[in-house]
Design a protein around this ligand. Structure first.
Ligand code: F6P
Length: 323
């Protein structure tokens, strides 16, 4: 192999730049020509490639987002889109591709792999919903943003004895909500994975106040049955907790664009190096992730479309500690 390309795809995640830098510099150290694909799979089908040297990836490790740009490209997953992508890659002499991204992005990797193109995926999404990695690039930073917000909201909530419902990202997965709820000392978490009713939550909130709590913080996953605003409205309209006021805060995209934490820079670097080592060793069609602090590989077909269940012990822990 002489020419290796890298792209970032789907939602940007803090730490992606560390992974790009590691991929490029590891490839260069193996004597490869390194290429960057701009704007993910959209750039791949347009042939938007450029050669990358060591200096091109200098000064990026500390920045959120992705210097290559990213996209969600439904066109890529069509028969014509995939054919065009293969044509562009082969036309440029690119013999391998590293895909840094989450679930949808690795579905694209697997499609290219099935067509016989050498691909290695790197587990990257703030949602942590990708099996094949204990934790994915961007999760730690997104959690820290949520924690800052929860800490700040607690101060205000205590001053006014209010209930705050904080909505965090995560798509259909409750991982970010669960972990930020535990680490932020929230009184309750509302998750897509766990059945709940607003009435039962209202009883729990009332009990918290009866036990002398000065505030109640409820972390709501964006994929849950009710969103934070909806719950607020429901509580007020039904007067479920008389005499109490509710406010909602939606964190949304601020969780994605933050400066990557040390953990995310190290994870991006670790997985970036490992992905190139796998490629150079001829082990394609795998996702590179982390398990018990060691890099691991999983065949792409085993991770695509697979749910990653929440650890039941953490669910139990959240319940036990919210007193
Ligand atoms: O996958 C990352 C994520 O930020 C999810 O948490 C969220 O549901 C989604 O992307 C938002 O997607 P988009 O950037 O397309 O609006």
């Amino acid at each position: 192999m002489r020419n290796l390309a890298v792209l970032t795809s789907g939602g940007d995640a803090p730490g992606m730049n560390a992974a790009i830098r590691a991929v490029v510099r590891t490839g260069l150290s193996h004597g490869l020509n390194m290429w960057g694909v701009r704007r993910g799979y959209a750039g791949l089908i347009e042939g938007d490639f450029r050669r990358l040297g060591a200096r091109d990836v200098g000064g990026i490790i500390q920045h959120g987002g992705t210097v290559l740009g990213t996209s969600r490209s439904p066109e890529f997953m069509t028969h014509d889109g995939l054919e065009l992508a293969m044509h562009r890659l082969r036309g440029t002499g690119i013999e391998g591709l590293i895909v840094i991204g989450g679930n949808g992005s690795q579905r694209g990797s697997e499609a290219l792999h099935r067509l016989g193109f050498p691909v290695v995926g790197i587990a990257s999404t703030i949602d942590n919903d990708l099996s094949g990695s204990d934790v994915t690039i961007g999760v730690d930073t997104a959690l820290n943003v949520a924690l800052n917000a929860i800490d700040n909201l607690k101060v205000t909530a205590s001053s006014l004895q209010r209930t705050f419902l904080v909505e965090v990202m995560g798509r259909h997965c409750g991982y970010l909500a669960l972990m930020s709820g535990i680490a932020g000392g929230a009184e309750a978490v509302v998750l897509p994975e766990v059945e709940f009713t607003p009435e039962a939550l209202a009883v729990h909130i009332l009990q918290c106040y009866e036990r002398g709590k000065p505030h109640v913080i409820v972390v709501v996953a964006e994929g849950a049955k009710y969103n934070a605003e909806g719950l607020c409205r429901y509580f007020s309209e039904k007067n479920l907790i008389p005499g109490h006021e509710f406010r909602s805060t939606v964190l949304g995209y601020v969780q994605r664009g933050a400066t990557p934490t040390c953990a995310d820079r190290l994870l991006g670097t670790h997985l970036g190096v490992e992905a190139v080592e796998q490629m150079v060793a001829g082990r394609y069609g795998v996702l590179v992730g982390i398990h018990k602090s060691e890099p691991i590989t999983t065949p792409l077909e085993e991770i695509v479309g697979k749910d990653k269940p929440l650890d039941p012990w953490f669910l139990k822990m959240a319940e036990m500690l919210a007193r």
